[in-house]
Every structure is written in C-alpha cells, then in structure tokens.
Design a protein around this ligand. Structure first.
Ligand SMILES: Cc1cc2nc3c(=O)[nH]c(=O)nc-3n(C[C@H](O)[C@H](O)[C@H](O)COP(=O)(O)OP(=O)(O)OC[C@H]3O[C@@H](n4cnc5c(N)ncnc54)[C@H](O)[C@@H]3O)c2cc1C
Length: 278
C-alpha cells in the first residue's frame, strides 16, 4: 500500500503545542503508521489483509521480542523550539537528522527560558543530577529576578554588538544556555521510542521530559498500536539484574530478600514505581 494517511495525525499536523514558557513542538510531517509496520513485517510472506486484532497482535509480538526494524519504517519530522540546555541533551540522540537555526547567519531572538516558580527547587540530597525539595517563595522570587536580570543584560550587550556591525558569529558567544534555539528533527519510530524511554523517565531533567510528553502524544497519534506496545513492553516495563531475579526467586520461595542497602532500595523502587501508566 502506498502513502498512508492517519486521521488522528492529520488533526494535529502543523499545529504548535506550547512547551515551557516560549517553546513548542510541531509535527511537520509523518510517513507510515501501524499499517506500514505490519506491511513491512509481513513483506517476506506476501500474506493478504489481516484483521485489526491480528495487526495489533503482530505489533505487540514485534515489540515484545525486540524485532525493531519494522518500527524504523515509520518516520516523523518535528519542528521544535527549546532552550539551548535542553537542545544539548536532545542532540546526544545520534540517530536523528536535524537542521538548527544558525546564530552565525541569523540574529538570535530575545527569547529566554524562565522556570515556573514550582520548578525552582533545592539540589536533591539523593540524586546528584536532580532537584529536591521546593524552595521558599522569597527564594523563588530571587532566582527569577537573577535569571531575568542576567538575560536582559547579556541580550542588551549582544544587541549593541550587532548594532556595531560585529560579526553575528562573535556577538553571540556570551549568549546563555537559557536562550531558545529551534530545529527540524526527523527520526524513525524505533529510535523515537528509545529517546522517549530515556527522556520521559523521571531521571531525565524535567525541561526535556515535557518535550518528550508532547512528542509521545504525537507518536501515539501516528501509530497508536505501536505506542501501546511501547508502553506495555518498554516504557512501563522494568528490567531486573541477575541479583534482582535471584531475590525475586527467594521472595517467591518465602525466604528473606537477600538484597541489602542501596541494592534493596533500587529493587523496591522498581517494584513500587508509580511509573506504570495506571
Ligand atoms: C538521565 C540521563 C542522564 C545523562 N547524563 C549524562 C551525563 O552526565 N553526561 C553525558 O555525557 N551524557 C549523559 N547522558 C546522555 C547519554 O549518555 C546518552 O548519550 C544519550 O542518552 C543518548 O543515548 P543513546 O546513545 O542510547 O541514543 P542514540 O544516540 O539515539 O542512539 C540510539 C542507539 O543507537 C546505537 N548507536 C547510535 N550511535 C552509535 C554509534 N556511533 N556506535 C554504536 N552504537 C550507536 C546505540 O545502540 C544507541 O543506544 C544522559 C542521559 C540520560 C537519559
């Protein structure tokens, strides 16, 4: 079957979904969907039309058994605008194709990220790479004022250098990580699921998680059966180590859990995690 059109994807195509204070994600285009996944999985058998139930079963089987290549037949192109510190995390995903706005060619817009008050938190005491308790309102106010003051000052200096006809590629070098950038980003569904698993996880920084959530909604519109299988086997699945499997066996046999300390803490977290979509 040639070009596949999916009504739920058509309904959101080209619409900007706001993320953070000034960012967005827009689904520019897509190619394929659930149908394409099953067609490409069945190509070697040349079988005829199957029922929706059989298609769903096949997609579930492919995801469960890591037969990933049929998911690579589905492509999504996004236009996204995000702070540079989010882009730096995002760009680590090497399996996408992208084009970013050039600060050598264009004058960068006066657009900066300011976190929402409730997102301003103390350093976590348990996670060196994360946030912990909420800060008091006076500190929230102070942080926002400091961020804004620096942003206004650095952008005024940038504008001055642009007015003095300094090369844009030099004038921009002091612009901060909170400045917004934007890009076109194209990826196949298999690698998008990999990105979403890592970046929607609670270990990822909140500011990239929120982009992941919007892109997950878009992926679900394009390929709902594949997305459901991704939720079932990958996103809300849990991977146990050999030691943890031994512990499960011991517990099921009515014995004491052999795990101790941090290992026990991590095991309990896996078992009791609320990240199960329910
Ligand atoms: C919570 C979190 C914290 C992180 N903290 C840090 C940090 O402190 N410092 C830091 O530097 N990074 C950090 N990262 C980035 C992380 O190490 C990965 O670079 C990033 O998540 C991309 O993952 P990936 O390589 O699997 O993805 P992709 O680049 O999208 O690749 C997908 C898969 O394709 C394969 N692949 C792609 N390219 C190659 C290649 N050239 N050779 C072989 N296989 C390839 C791999 O199997 C890979 O898993 C962090 C990521 C997360 C999610």
């Amino acid at each position: 079957m040639a070009h596949i059109t999916i009504p739920a994807a058509e309904a959101i195509l080209d619409k900007e979904f706001t993320v953070l204070n000034k960012g967005f994600v827009r689904l520019v285009d897509y190619m394929g969907g659930d149908e394409r996944i099953v067609q490409s999985a069945r190509v070697s058998y040349g079988t005829g039309t199957k029922t929706v139930r059989e298609d769903k079963g096949l997609i579930n089987y492919l995801m469960k058994n890591l037969h990933t290549s049929p998911f690579e037949q589905v492509i999504l192109t996004f236009h996204a605008k995000m702070p540079i510190f989010v882009a730096r995390q995002w760009i680590r995903h090497r399996t996408a194709r992208l084009n970013e706005i050039s600060g050598r060619y264009s004058v960068m817009a006066d657009e900066f990220y300011i976190p929402a008050k409730e997102d301003i938190r103390h350093q976590s005491t348990t996670n060196k790479q994360g946030r912990g308790e909420e800060v008091p309102p006076q500190l929230q106010k102070k942080v926002i004022e400091v961020l804004k003051r620096d942003q206004v000052s650095v952008y005024a200096n940038y504008e001055e250098m642009i007015k003095d006809d300094v090369a844009r590629e030099l004038a921009r070098i002091n612009l901060p990580l909170s400045l917004y950038t934007q890009w076109y980003w194209q990826i196949d569904l298999h690698n998008l699921f990999h990105f979403l698993r890592l970046r929607m996880d609670h270990h990822a920084q909140k500011e990239i998680q929120v982009y992941g959530e919007v892109m997950a909604m878009m992926a679900k519109a394009v390929a709902p059966m594949a997305y459901e299988a991704f939720e079932e086997h990958i996103l809300y699945g849990v991977r146990f180590s050999r030691g943890e499997v031994t512990a499960i066996r011991e517990i099921l046999a009515g014995k004491e859990n052999p795990l101790k300390g941090k290992a026990l803490e991590e095991f309990n977290q896996k078992i009791t995690s609320k990240q199960d979509g329910s």
